[in-house]
Design a protein around this ligand. Structure first.
Ligand SMILES: [Ca+2]
Ligand SMILES: [Ca+2]
Length: 498
């Protein structure tokens, strides 16, 4: 009935005089920024990321029912999932109020030297364009590329007497025109073979080579051994290449014990991390033998004091003390002395706290202290986060935890601060006791939201205090402002009583 009345009114107005005002219906409208993505020229194997913002550009709620690529592409991909409701179920439509936006991340990782083109489709309740199409293009081009080439496919150590060691080498050539990064090695088969100089993290210039030394020490009273060494690198088409190793008559194929490590790979330092080797296995024919365990830390950040707590147990703790990457190796042996190839496990210690500060120093017989105070606080006062107060919730905001006093080399002493507030945190370093270390070089490293943002060093002597600078916090931003005054003598040696 109402419709009829409105029609009638409109009719009446139209009949009398043209209406001065237009009645606008509130409609949803979809838009994107930018309107297209052209990745341009990218070398195969590299990955580029861009973001598209889907914009609710109308005056009514925009309901998005799907965001997808028109055709599958092995080079262009999107990172988008419908958000989930309180029960964890993906919603069927994504509602955006007028002028709201929603990001969609697009990746381009060409695999070949060719043009790529695909449309991103956004389905919504926009009546004018229920499916909005956004063109995405990119081009795979020739660029500097690493190319790994081992000089041999196999190494035969020949027959060696028990108790002796033979040495051989493998050349890891880079025959490409871009730098090659060797991520590490993996070993399988017998543990009679060892890598003497692990090339983990090494970069080989274009046209260059890395020399990797291998040893063979017959074990387990066997007449021969065999194993495989795999090199892991950033070669785009050969991320893994193998060399086989044999000694004596080659030995059995599969009877070696196998070392297996399980444990966390990402931790927040400082943290005690348990590594479990109890999943290691005996060789096929070893019956009821028991295994012995040998853990070893083979790589860690400089100045870390991390060590394995029980290096001959099935499981061992490692005390991760400072941010960085740690690699641990485990070798297991059966009762006849036959050893496994070493298993490796890498732990990345990455501070998740908003602000993380680490102090290290380079002499082992010096006691250096890390102090942090917010604006308005005093060194050695009640607001000084240091060995004096290792946990503080400042009245000005922010909560800080100090890892505690290290009284000899090389640190670290660390500070984690969460619930940051807009203030400045001042960093002080005090050379408290010289137990023979004399001059030491103190280094502070600052991480903001898990990423390293600043490293500063200075030379200090006993009783000197270094005001290293302050970190100014403004919202999500942190700015380190170094101090221009050098370390100077300080007579204060005691914390103020609370
Ligand atoms: Ca290659
Ligand atoms: Ca100390």
């Amino acid at each position: 009935m109402r419709t009829t009345l409105i029609s009638l009114l409109v009719f009446v107005f139209t009949a009398c005089a043209p209406p001065e005002t237009k009645i606008t219906r509130l409609t949803p409208s979809v838009s994107v920024a930018p309107g297209e993505i052209a990745f341009g020229e990218v070398v195969p194997g590299h990955r580029i990321e861009r973001e598209i913002q889907v914009v609710s550009a109308g005056r009514a709620t925009l309901e998005i029912t799907g965001i997808s690529l028109e055709t599958d592409s092995d080079a262009i991909t999107i990172a988008f999932d419908m958000p989930v409701d309180d029960d964890g179920v993906a919603v069927e439509l994504l509602a955006l109020s007028p002028s709201d936006t929603w990001p969609v991340t697009v990746h381009f990782e060409p695999t070949a030297f060719q043009d790529y083109s695909v449309n991103l489709l956004i389905e919504s309740n926009d009546e004018d364009q229920p499916v909005l199409s956004v063109p995405i293009t990119g081009l795979g081009v020739v660029g500097p590329q690493p190319d790994i080439a081992l000089d041999v496919e196999s190494v035969d150590f020949g027959t060696i007497s028990t108790g002796e060691t033979a040495t051989a080498y493998v050349l890891v050539n880079n025959v490409g025109d871009g730098p090659l990064t060797i991520h590490g090695t993996e070993q399988a088969g017998s543990g009679a073979f060892a890598v003497l100089n692990n090339p983990m993290g090494q970069t080989v210039a274009a046209g260059g080579a890395a020399t990797v030394l291998l040893t063979y020490t017959p074990d387990g009273g066997m007449t021969g051994h065999s194993g495989t060494l795999t090199f892991l690198s950033d070669d785009p088409d050969e991320p893994e290449v193998n060399v086989t190793m044999t000694g004596g008559d080659g030995g059995p194929d599969s009877d070696y014990p196998t070392a297996v490590i399980t444990g966390e790979t990402e931790v927040n330092p400082p943290q005690l991390v348990m590594l479990d080797g109890s999943g290691s296995r005996l060789g096929d024919g070893d019956g009821d033998d028991t295994l012995t365990y040998a853990w070893r830390l083979i790589d860690g950040p400089s100045h870390s004091n991390a060590s394995l707590v029980s290096p001959s147990s099935p499981a061992s703790y490692i005390d991760i003390d400072v941010a960085g990457s740690y690699t641990v190796e485990l070798v297991v042996r059966n009762e006849s002395g036959m050893s496994s190839a070493p298993a490796q496990h890498t732990i990345r210690a990455r501070p998740v706290e908003a602000l993380y500060i680490a102090l290290t120093w380079d002499t082992h017989d010096s006691d250096v202290d890390l102090h942090v105070v917010p604006n308005g606080g005093l060194w050695f006062g009640a607001d000084d986060l240091s060995y004096c107060n290792t946990e503080l919730s400042w009245s000005s905001g922010g909560t800080g935890v100090h890892s505690g006093d290290e009284e000899d080399g090389f640190g670290p002493e660390t500070v984690n601060i969460t619930d940051l507030t807009d203030t400045a945190y001042h960093i002080g370093v005090h050379y408290f006791s010289d137990n023979g270390g004399m001059t030491t070089e103190a280094t502070i490293t600052i991480y903001m939201n898990g990423e390293i943002t600043e490293t500063r060093s200075t030379t200090m002597v006993h009783n000197y205090f270094w005001s290293a600078g302050h970190i100014r916090i403004e919202g999500d931003e942190a700015l380190f402002v170094p101090s221009d005054s050098p370390a100077s003598i300080s007579t204060i040696r005691e914390c103020e009583a609370e």
